[in-house]
Design a protein around this ligand. Structure first.
Ligand code: 5GP
Length: 296
């Protein structure tokens, strides 16, 4: 869009992990939580708002209220199922592996492939790589591989991007990982379920920073016969849940029905405004109630 001489501002609802800050344009990203007035003014003065990678304005909290009150045209580009109808135009497919796959399609449909340079390609590659679990989720179609092949032809160094994202750990992050696996991982064998519980003290002990628990839930999911995995984190003001499943158990439904959340069939999240004991009891009760759905 900048290449088309549009004036563009990127606004995110809250901060994102350090392993994404290498991306071109990072220094210009406005974090709504930190610069509310500036973000609000930009939104209300805008002509067009692209809403990327979320399917409902509720998902972005207060920022959603501002977007809702803006009279700008809104374009949704997203791959989460069942979007609510807050937009004027959309490029939506729940079959797409990543919103970046759809952004690639959008660039193509706008006949702007000539502008798809190396740094844009690197960002799209990173979005597709992370959302496909490094090309292993079943959403990784042959089309995804063709897009990635094109991005490589446009100059993406896949090893460099992989290292920037996955080999950029702090020692505290690795120690939290080790501690979580050895002390905070629970396996409910008869329910094909495994889950982590991390307390506020655990996070403090390992100097938790945003992104430090990213990917942790996949260790629970990697246990033989596990169909459902969760990580339950005691954050400052609420309990945050991440859910993952393999196969037919829909964590999207589970998150939506019981944890004020949502996401995809096999990857979702949610939150409870309760203390940790109450939240954990609720989770365990629901696992017991869903026993028949979890065994396959
Ligand atoms: P994660 O567990 O990695 O935070 O999120 C997994 C998926 O669930 C992502 O697609 C994310 O957008 C979605 N998700 C996470 N938390 C929530 C939530 O509270 N509400 C909704 N609707 N989706 C969520």
């Amino acid at each position: 869009m900048i290449k088309q001489k549009h004036k563009v501002n990127v606004i995110v609802p809250n901060d994102y992990p350090d392993f994404l800050t290498w991306m071109k344009g990072n220094n210009d990203v406005i974090v709504y939580n930190k610069e509310k007035d500036k973000a609000e003014k930009l939104i209300l003065d805008s002509d067009l708002i692209f809403c990327l990678d979320f399917n409902s304005l509720e998902r972005i909290f207060d920022l959603g209220d501002i977007i809702s009150s803006s009279s700008s045209k809104k374009i949704l580009i997203d791959h989460h199922p069942n979007p609510t109808n807050f937009y004027d135009y959309s490029l939506h497919s729940s079959k797409a592996a990543a919103t970046c796959e759809l952004i690639y399609d959008f660039i193509d449909a706008m006949d702007l492939m000539k502008d798809l340079d190396k740094s844009i390609s690197e960002c799209l590659y990173a979005g597709i790589m992370t959302d496909t679990g490094s090309f292993k989720f079943s959403s990784t179609s042959s089309k995804v591989h063709r897009i990635v092949a094109d991005l490589i032809d446009r100059g993406v160094d896949i090893n460099k991007i992989h290292r920037l994202i996955y080999d950029n750990n702090t020692i505290n992050k690795l120690k939290l990982l080790g501690f979580s696996i050895s002390k905070r991982l629970n396996f409910l064998e008869e329910f094909n379920t495994a889950y982590f519980v991390l307390t506020r003290n655990d996070l403090k002990r390992f100097k938790y920073k945003k992104g430090d628990t990213e990917g942790l839930v996949n260790y629970a999911l990697s246990i033989k016969n596990v169909n459902f995995a969760s990580i339950i984190i005691e954050e400052k003001e609420l309990i945050k849940f991440s859910f993952r499943s393999i196969g037919r158990f829909s964590v999207n439904d589970f998150a939506k029905d019981y944890f004020n959340g949502g996401g995809h069939k096999n990857a979702a999240g949610g939150r409870l405004d309760e203390n940790l004991d109450v939240a954990l009891s609720k989770f365990l009760k629901l696992v017991r109630e869903n026993k028949q759905k979890l065994i396959y």
